[in-house]
Design a protein around this ligand. Structure first.
Ligand code: FAD
Length: 402
C-alpha cells in the first residue's frame, strides 16, 4: 500500500460495493482523475452476497475469488484497514485514524452497515457475517458436527443457516417470530421454506427472543421466556446498524441514522455525495426510502461516481433484491411487507409464484419466487398500478410465475 497523499480529486470513504461502483464510474468518465478509496476493511472490496451463498455451495470456498479488483481496474489508490474519523466539508478534508489529513475535490460517503451486536457479549464463538474476516471465522467455527445456533429469522439468518448445513454442522435457527420470514412472505411461502429447512436438517426454534448468552465451557443462550439453547458456536443475524458516525459532526442532513441525499445523490454538504445502504433517497416509484441491497449499492454507487465526475444525472432506479434458499431463489422489487395486502399467483405444480403486495389498491412490491427475467415487468406493474389504477384481475394477469 502506497502512502496516502494529501489531496485527491475524489475521495471515497468505504471499501464496499458502492465504493467499487463509484470508482469505476469516475474512472470511466474522468480517466485522469485521482481517486483514493479509504476503507476500514482490511481487505479489498468483495462481492458481499457471496459470503452467504456461492462460497458455501460452490466449488471454491476462498473469499479471494470474490474480490472486485477495484484498484487494479480503476487506477484508484486503495487504503485498507484505514478508518476515516472526520469528514470536514468546510475545508474539503477527511481525517484518518492515523491523523492523516486528505483534501478532496469531491467525497463519497459509502460506509454501509455493520451487524448489530449483543451488548456485553464478546466471545470468539459468537460470530456475525458481514466481512471476509467474519466469513473466515465462521468457516473455522462451523466444523462437522459442531452445534451452531443461528439467531435471526430474516434474510441473513436464513441464508447463513442454509449455508452452514454444507459444512456438516448441526444447525438450529432460532427466531423471535412464529413463522420464518413472516415479515416478508405470506403463509404459503413461509410454510414451504420451513418444510425445506427442516428436511435439510435445520432445527427451527420459533418464538425465541434472545436475552443473553452465557459464555462458559459451552454457550448457553437464554430466551426472554426463560428457555435455553446450548451451542458450540452462535451466529447473530440481528439486523444491521448504519455506519454513519461521520455524518452528524459533518452536519449532513439525516433521517434517523441514514444520510439524506437529493436526486443526484448529493448530501446537504457541498461536494459530498453518499451511496449504498446508508442513504435516504427518492425512489421514483415508491417515494423516499432506504434499501440495504446489493443492486442499490451498485446503482447508487455508479451514479454517485458519475456525478462526482460531473455528469449531473438523477437517480431513477427502483432497486431489485434477491436471495437463494437451497434450491429456491427469488428476485423482488419494492416493499415486501406482509402488513400489506398480498395476492398470490402460483404455477400449476406450485414451484413458482408471483406475490403482489398492495397498499390502498396500488402494488408496492412484487416477489418473483423461482420466477426469472420479470424484474422490469414488476417495476412497470408498480408504476401502472399507482393510485389503484388497475383491477385485481389486471394485476394478477401481468406476470406469469415460472
Ligand atoms: C452476507 C451478506 C449477504 C448478502 N446477500 C445479499 C443478497 O443476496 N442480495 C442483496 O441484494 N443484498 C445482499 N446483501 C446486502 C448487500 O451486500 C449490501 O446491501 C451492500 O454490500 C451494501 O454496500 P455498501 O457499499 O453500501 O456497504 P458495505 O458493502 O457495507 O461497505 C461499507 C464499507 O465502508 C467501510 N467503512 C465503514 N465505516 C468507515 C469509516 N469510518 N472509514 C472508512 N471505511 C469505513 C467498511 O469497512 C466497508 O468497507 C448481503 C449482505 C451480506 C453481509
Amino acid at each position: 500500500m502506497s502512502e496516502i497523499k494529501d489531496r485527491y480529486d475524489h475521495v471515497i470513504i468505504g471499501g464496499g460495493i458502492a465504493a467499487d461502483a463509484a470508482a469505476r464510474a469516475i474512472h470511466q468518465r474522468a480517466p485522469e482523475a485521482s481517486i483514493a478509496i479509504i476503507s476500514a476493511d482490511p481487505h479489498q472490496p468483495v462481492y458481499r452476497p457471496a459470503l452467504s451463498k456461492d462460497l458455501w455451495s460452490g466449488d471454491d470456498p476462498d473469499p479471494d475469488s470474490q474480490a472486485l479488483h477495484t484498484a487494479e481496474e480503476t487506477g484508484a489508490e486503495l487504503f485498507t484497514g484505514t478508518m476515516v474519523t472526520d469528514l470536514l466539508p468546510a475545508s474539503h478534508t477527511v481525517v484518518t485514524a492515523r491523523g492523516q489529513r486528505v483534501h478532496y475535490g469531491t467525497a463519497l460517503l459509502a460506509t454501509g452497515a455493520s451487524p448489530r451486536h449483543l451488548p456485553g457479549v464478546k466471545d470468539p464463538r459468537v460470530a456475525y457475517l458481514r466481512t471476509v474476516g467474519d466469513y473466515r471465522h465462521l468457516r473455522d467455527l462451523a466444523t462437522d458436527g459442531a452445534r451452531v445456533v443461528v439467531v435471526g429469522g430474516g434474510y441473513i439468518g436464513t441464508e447463513v443457516a442454509a449455508a452452514l448445513t454444507r459444512t456438516g454442522a448441526q444447525v438450529t435457527l432460532a427466531h423471535s417470530g412464529q413463522r420464518l420470514l413472516a415479515c416478508l412472505f405470506p403463509e404459503s411461502l413461509t410454510a414451504h421454506v420451513e418444510q425445506v429447512f427442516t428436511a435439510r436438517g435445520i432445527t427451527l426454534r420459533p418464538g425465541f427472543r434472545l436475552a443473553s448468552i452465557d459464555t462458559g465451557h459451552e454457550l448457553v443462550l437464554h430466551g426472554e421466556d426463560g428457555s435455553t439453547l446450548t451451542a458450540d458456536a452462535v451466529v447473530l443475524g440481528l439486523s444491521a446498524s448504519l455506519n454513519t458516525a461521520l455524518a452528524a459532526p459533518a452536519h449532513l442532513t439525516r433521517e434517523g441514522d441514514a444520510v439524506v441525499v437529493d436526486s443526484q445523490l448529493r448530501t446537504s454538504a457541498a461536494d459530498v455525495y453518499a451511496a449504498g445502504d446508508i442513504i435516504w433517497f427518492e425512489d421514483p416509484l415508491l417515494g423516499r426510502r432506504r434499501v440495504e441491497h446489493v443492486d442499490h449499492a451498485q446503482t447508487s454507487g455508479d451514479l454517485a461516481g458519475r456525478n462526482m465526475a460531473g455528469a449531473g444525472e438523477d437517480y431513477t432506479a427502483t432497486p431489485l433484491f434477491f436471495s437463494d434458499l437451497f434450491d429456491d431463489g427469488y428476485e423482488a422489487v419494492g416493499e415486501l411487507d406482509t402488513r400489506h395486502e398480498t395476492h398470490e399467483v402460483w404455477n400449476q405444480d406450485r414451484t413458482a409464484a408471483v406475490i403482489h403486495y398492495l397498499k390502498d389498491g396500488a402494488v408496492r412490491g412484487v416477489l418473483l419466487w423461482n420466477t426469472w427475467d420479470s424484474v422490469p415487468a414488476a417495476r412497470q406493474l408498480i408504476a401502472d398500478s399507482a393510485g389503484g389504477a388497475l383491477s385485481t384481475e389486471e394485476i394478477t394477469a401481468r406476470i406469469q410465475p415460472g
